[in-house]
Design a protein around this ligand. Structure first.
Ligand code: NAD
Length: 407
């Protein structure tokens, strides 16, 4: 049987013909506990999961700041055995995942707690499924490639953020190929997310800006994605509104609890939206920048967002206009084209106010390597599958031109 699947309302006229329509699927963790103090639910949640021996997956800052020790002490006071793996680096690698999995197995752990930003959370997700399914790790790359569910996983995000706490996504760098592997599968979902904005009060201004624009990118890409659904639309638009209302205040006033709470909620809503609607061209192009130049994920999204939005406007003018109005950058009386232009200008100005550099200004990026790598980065971006969800699907040459524009 042949079926015609048009895109949702408010889109450009793209219509595709498929032989087997696949109904959209919406996945979330079994429990999301959200609000100030939510992380204090860690021990009761582990007890509900009948955990006895916990692998705590985190990073060096979480240890030196004392946060990891605070959670370890609470778990140990409740009779749990805690083994800490604190070697997760930003943009975790396959080697890190393997080392943590070996520790999990050797210590006969039965549950995992992830504490930190997207990097420890993603590493822990990969450990949870690798411990059950075994090698090779790279077979999980792509969509729906994880055969069996992992061990119980409780995550506590400390950035706002990637939304990884509620997504079925993990991004792990393959060190042999210099590729950030995107894995998307419901088996990667955490069991429980404890979303406590109080843990984000310590974020410095640059980190607040980078992860905040990452959140905004999730909201926008989920809303304009070819895989958007009515369920993801409401989450995406609320995410976008919250970022517009709170990001700059959180950046200027790190201790502003209302702004931090707003950004934490935005990050979680953005994660729920993009994981179920998919990200698009910004993320597709951003991952190769991270793999080659080690630019932090949120920063590489931020430098690309204005140029990619301008490129994509004609594919979903109505949707981008809705984004512009949700952010307060356009008014109802503006036509879609005018609102779209205002959105592009507004995103570039937001970057400038948050002191986000262009690609040329990012630490670790130099012109010679950029020229040597840009074609491969464009190929890797296309191969990831994300650009195919974009309102306008680019060619390799167009992606190279967009990298140049972001330079
Ligand atoms: P991160 O986890 O890499 O952390 C960046 C730095 O910030 C680290 O040094 C960390 O110690 C520090 N930090 C974390 N919390 C802090 C706090 N409260 N105060 C002060 N410093 C703090 O950063 P991230 O942006 O949260 O995560 C990026 C990773 O997440 C990338 O690997 C990216 O690919 C991935 N990601 C995953 C998803 C997903 O759905 N799985 C979505 C987007 C991005």
């Amino acid at each position: 049987m042949r079926a015609t699947c048009g895109r949702r309302d408010g889109d450009a006229t793209t219509t595709t013909t498929t032989t087997t329509p696949v109904p959209p699927q919406f996945n979330l963790p079994a429990a999301v506990i959200i609000g100030g103090g939510a992380s204090r639910e860690l021990v009761p949640e582990l007890q509900r999961l009948a955990a006895r021996r916990v692998l705590l997956v985190t990073d060096g800052f979480m240890v030196s700041s004392g946060l990891a020790g605070r959670f370890s002490a609470a778990m140990e006071a409740a009779g749990l055995v805690v083994i800490t793996f604190a070697d997760v680096q930003p943009d975790p690698t396959d080697e890190t995942v393997r080392a943590a999995t070996r520790l999990f197995t050797a210590e006969r752990c039965d549950a995992i707690v992830a504490l930190g930003g997207g990097s420890p959370i993603d590493a822990a997700k990969a450990v949870a499924v690798l411990a059950v399914n075994g090698e090779p790790l790279d077979r999980f790359q792509g969509y729906h490639q994880v055969p069996r569910g992992g061990v119980p996983l409780v995550v506590i995000p400390t950035t706002a953020g990637t939304g990884s706490e509620v997504t079925k996504v993990a991004v792990i760098t393959d060190t042999a190929r210099d590729v950030k592997m995107m894995m998307l599968d419901r088996h990667l979902l955490p069991t429980v997310a404890l979303v406590d904005y109080e843990l984000t009060l310590s974020m410095p201004a640059p980190l607040t800006a980078h992860v905040g624009v990452d959140t905004l990118t999730h909201g926008i890409e989920a809303f304009v994605s070819r895989k958007a659904t009515p369920l993801t639309d409401v989450l995406a638009i609320d995410c976008i509104r919250l970022v517009a209302a709170h990001l700059e205040r959180a950046w200027r006033e790190p201790g502003n609890r209302e702004a931090r709470e707003g950004m934490m909620r935005a990050a979680t809503l953005g994660g729920m939206a993009f994981a179920n609607a998919s990200v698009a061209l910004v993320h597709g192009m951003s991952r190769p920048i991270g793999a080659v130049f080690h630019v932090p994920h949120g920063l590489s999204n931020a430098v690309l967002l204005p140029a990619v939005t301008r490129f994509s406007l004609r594919g979903a003018a109505g949707r981008y206009a809705t984004v512009a109005r949700a952010m307060g950058l356009a008014i109802a009386a503006d036509g879609d084209d005018t609102a779209g232009e205002k959105l592009v200008t507004g995103l570039a100005e937001l970057n400038r106010r948050l002191e986000v550099p262009t690609l040329a200004g990012c630490r670790g990026v130099d012109r010679g390597r950029f020229d040597a790598w840009k074609e491969k980065m464009a190929d890797d971006a296309l191969a990831s599958g994300s650009p195919q969800n974009n309102p306008v699907v680019p060619t390799t040459a167009q992606i190279v031109a967009l990298y140049e524009e972001a330079w």
